[in-house]
Write a protein that binds this ligand. Sequence first.
Ligand SMILES: [Zn+2]
Length: 504
Amino acid sequence: MSAPLICGLCGVDSRRISPDHNPWSRYYRAIYCVGLESQEPQLSGLTFHRRGDEIEYLPPKAYQRFDDEGLDPLSLITIRGFRPPGALELQEDASYAWGFRFHDSCWKLVEQASAPDPVNLKLLWRILLSVPHTATLPLWGHNFGGLYLGSRRDYPRGNNFVIIGSSSSLIIPSAYRDPLEVPELTTRLAQQRIKTGDTASLNAKPICLTASSTRSLDPFSVLPVELREIILTYVATEDILSFRLSSRVIAATRLSQYFFQSRFWARRELDFFFDAFLLSPAEKAGIDWRELYRSSKARIKYNMVGLGERNRLRIWKQTVRPLTQAIHEITRLSELKGKSESDWPQELADGAQATWTSIETSQCLDPELVGDITRQLYRAEIELPSSKIEAIHVSLIDFFGVKYISGLAFETEHGEDIELGYIMPGSEEPLLVEASLEGFHVAVDYCGFKAISPYTSQHMQSEYLDWVGDKEDLPVRTLRCSEGAVRRIRATFDGFRMQSLHLP
Ligand SMILES: [Zn+2]
């Protein structure tokens, strides 16, 4: 029996939308694995959702479509859920496919946000297996623009994480509009053409500078105007004014059409309005980027956007952009460091090692999610030498606007580094350890560890602890080693964040 189609990017549930009025919502793809995770995740082909179908069938390859002639019916796959198959399920069906489904329109937004690179499926899969899930949706920390009722965890302290419940009764018309094909945007592009009588203003000469002494002091004066224009395309719009104030030559360099086009590039301020780049070269050639930029900013400022545009903005800002940024951040992480030990969770659970104490994220303990989640956790253990620990170098990763600890490196007095978790080389933040390391103070929210401080033998309770990370107003929890100085540390990690910390 096929599950109802609910898109993990926009949150729209196919049962709440009229497919006849919203044909876009019927086309979807999946990112999936067959069998166990040893296999690489793949993007399926395009398929078509029919309400009431007993079983869905997806073409296995990204370039295929459900209506391709000569599609081998035996090659088609069915997504059975978010969960990897158990031993019994694998025994019954070696071709068991599992994964996450997205509207084709929403998927194309992710592709645009990743442009010019293709979406890194392996890292996206790693994120999808790490975030909490309900039975139908990955949880990004928001309620999909009000489509669901949300309850906040870790309330009332610290950073709140939204767990979504049942569908909300709000009617949100924009949520049912195609976020990819937006007619208002197409119309606007057709209107923002360079007028033929307007060539004078395009070719206007930059203001001539007369003070030659000022020019010789200005390092930009040696650059040809074309190079200055290219430099300007790499400057964020909010920094343009101060950049122009710092240099008279730059101030005199006209902001070109190319500069205004660069405001629409991937990861730039108007990257969500990428439609002009999808036009044919002939259509693109006549676009007045300056005017397009000005009018787009004004329309967003005064919220004069149509329903399709509004839906695109919602999905882009809430999910697509932070997700592609997270993929980019994860590319900077090392492999998981530390000795992996597959048997120690049981050891902790059955009380044989009752002397281990631990702190975990509340997500690990949430009774409402247990059973629904497929989160994969990886365990690692390190042993520290008997020499003194001088410093802890903390790696932090930005995920949906929140910084979490991804790994720790312990530096000994001999300059040796012992690493635990995912290290971000070049971006670690140091914590000095003044005396013998006996534990940690941590601030933990629903999804991860947000801040850490060493607990040492000369420790005095103080609110002026030396912290790395932002503990905001989360409660400070203390993990102490019962054996005095810390010699062994165990921790669990999801695909990129620390999830628990254990000391003997
Ligand atoms: Zn969607």
